[in-house]
Design a protein around this ligand. Structure first.
Ligand code: FAD
Length: 297
């Protein structure tokens, strides 16, 4: 099913993100994660893709298994940095054969040591990939990434929104945001993108904090700000892993409940970090709402 139709039919779309295990690890670990996730019946499950295509085979395999083995809807992430048109065309053909038609169109991070915007392939930005997917043969539905606190390379919020609109105009049918911990940042982002005429559904990216050590890395990669309340939780439980997990789950759950109550997001996208149990604890009881009327069209 096209994810754009899932948004049309549900008042809040719940999704979970997983990543392929390292090449040296068995795929079985991810199947355990998917089984745990499937107990909360998410509307779709997304699978990340290595920026240079390093996880291509595994990402495709897992996406295909999500569909054919677990009867869930997969969203396959696809990065285009350094790819040729022929590479992407051939990959789309393979996805079509496997009945995978939802793709998150991404540029991917520029490898360290290269200039900002230095992509070596036929695609410079994600909007080029979104446009390519839209024109490709097959019934593809492309989503794109959004950044409530700005993309690390971007000059300012205004330009970021202009570039986001380019991605939608090119063919992006929904937006999944970067993780954030401060809901106010998300609300003001939604105000700005709606004011810019972006009307597609947006899923808010939520990541539970369950290890004090991971926070530094996540903040560095995403640029997400840490509200005082979360900072307090991290400091309080940094040497108590069990209570840290409980507090992290509670914080994420509260973030989600507030976003749903605010009516600002069409979906919640949980970055599970492959911890299926946490997905259950956070999303349990929230999923499964169906829409009685079509909000967006
Ligand atoms: P773009 O939208 O192309 O933007 C990249 C930068 O270029 C931004 O700063 C933007 O403002 C700027 N820009 C865009 N258009 C123009 C223009 N016309 N002129 C000048 N500047 C412009 N990475 C992975 O490797 N694998 C994944 O699976 C993955 N999944 C992700 C999922 C989500 C939900 C999110 C939010 C991010 C994900 N990423 C993933 C990270 C992503 O690849 C990086 O953030 C990457 O640096 C940018 O990708 P993009 O698709 O947002 O790029």
């Amino acid at each position: 099913m096209r994810i754009s139709d899932i948004y049309r039919e549900n008042s809040t779309v719940f999704s979970c993100e997983i990543f392929p295990p390292r090449p040296e690890s068995e795929l079985s670990s991810i199947y355990r994660t998917i089984e745990e996730i499937s107990s909360v019946n998410p509307h779709f499950v997304s699978v990340t893709y290595g920026a240079g295509g390093g996880t291509k085979k595994r990402t495709m395999q897992i996406s295909s298994d999500i569909k054919n083995r677990y009867s869930l809807e997969p969203l396959m992430h696809l990065t285009c940095i350094d790819s040729s048109r022929e590479d992407i065309e051939s990959l789309l053909g393979q996805l079509n054969d496997k009945n995978i038609n939802n793709i998150l169109a991404l540029r991917g991070d520029i490898p360290e040591g290269r200039e900002k915007g230095d992509t070596a392939g036929d695609f410079r930005y994600a909007c080029d990939l979104a446009g390519f997917i839209k024109k490709a043969a097959g019934n593809f539905c492309a989503g794109v990434a959004g950044y409530p606190e700005g993309h690390p390379e971007s000059e300012n919020y205004e330009k970021d929104i202009i570039y986001l609109k380019n991605k939608i105009d090119a063919g992006g049918e929904f937006i999944i945001t970067q993780l954030f911990f401060n809901n106010d940042c998300f609300y003001s982002y939604i105000d700005r993108i709606r004011a810019a005429g972006i009307k597609v559904p947006v899923s808010a990216g939520i990541m539970p904090v369950f290890k004090a050590s991971m926070i530094k890395k996540m903040v560095m990669l995403s640029g997400a700000s840490i509200p005082g309340e979360l900072d307090f939780v991290i400091k309080k439980y940094s040497s108590n892993p069990e209570d840290m997990v409980k507090a992290g789950v509670e914080y994420a759950r509260r973030q989600i409940e507030e976003i749903i109550a605010s009516g600002t997001a069409e979906g919640i996208h949980l970055y599970t970090m492959n911890y299926g149990r946490l997905a259950r604890e956070i999303l349990g009881g929230l999923t499964g709402t169906r829409k009685s009327e079509n909000k967006l069209s």
